[in-house]
Write a protein that binds this ligand. Structure first.
Ligand SMILES: [Zn+2]
Length: 267
């Protein structure tokens, strides 16, 4: 029980800093506090460290070369200041797994899935924040046509390399934590590969869904295709994709695939 209070305190502190630095909106602050409290409270310290590896690296990367990302930010939902929906898209499944690890799931299975989930959201964030700076234009993972930087489903060499690093970061924290705690519920030495395989599978799912069935809108003023409901101060019009499948839901589904792949890899 006292871990919930530790989770609440540390999460409020970390999310408060992120809010002041402009990485979280006000609703994003509350989302991050909720996620952090549940993951520390039910998952424990190692789970929380893996969440922090993702959150702190992702927030830092969102500030990196910020001025060059401005234009991309105006059209695509992913980069920049995170709101409540994005906090849950990235941390919702992890929070659920933390709670389930205390009830219906075995600790090993829950941790394996959490590893894949966090590796996916980290890989995806790294790929977005660094890939957007690629000098080469990204290509659609489906049609292999060039697409504007930041487009969901667009992939570049730089972004893919960043995804690998983002997944490995979470895997490394997990590996060190398991070693220090002497936990025996996971095959030691396979956590890095599990994070890499799960993270890349999740990332690929994200790109595939983003390029195929995620909802896309069009700005009635300037004609730009965008993921946002508002552009140039006006409400955007529906263009294509499933209306219910927004960027946050795509992230959530992709992290689920990453979790399952990591679980299968470690089984
Ligand atoms: Zn516009």
């Amino acid at each position: 029980m006292h871990m919930l209070f530790w989770g609440l305190g540390t999460s409020a502190l970390v999310a408060g800093v992120a809010y002041r630095k402009g990485s979280l909106s006000e609703s994003g602050f509350w989302g991050a506090v909720l996620v952090g409290t549940l993951i520390m409270g039910f998952g424990g310290l190692l789970w929380y460290c893996m969440l922090m590896a993702f959150f702190i690296s992702g927030s830092a990367l969102s500030h990196y070369k910020k001025e060059r990302k401005g234009e991309v930010e105006a059209n695509f939902a992913k980069t920049g200041r995170r709101d409540f929906g994005q906090a849950l898209a990235n941390g919702g499944l992890g929070s659920l797994l933390a709670v389930l690890s205390r009830t219906v799931l075995s600790p090993g299975a829950a941790f394996a899935m959490f590893l894949g989930v966090m590796a996916t959201v980290s890989a995806d964030t790294w790929a977005t924040e660094i890939g957007v700076l690629s000098k080469e234009k990204p290509r659609s993972v489906l049609s292999w046509q060039e697409v504007p930087p930041g487009t969901s489903g667009g992939v570049s060499l730089l972004g893919t390399g960043a995804a690998v690093l983002g997944a490995l970061l979470v895997g490394l924290v997990a590996h060190i934590g398991l070693r220090l705690s002497g936990a025996t519920y996971l095959p030691m030495g396979r956590t890095l590969m599990a994070a890499l395989v799960g993270g890349l599978a999740g990332c690929f799912t994200d790109s595939l869904l983003g390029a195929s069935c995620q909802v896309i809108f069009r700005c009635p003023v300037c004609g730009t295709e965008t993921e946002k409901r508002e552009h140039c101060g006006r409400e955007t019009e529906y263009l294509r994709g499933y209306r219910w499948l927004n960027n946050d839901l795509v992230n959530l589904l992709a992290s689920g695939v990453g979790g399952l792949v990591a679980l299968l890899y470690l089984a």
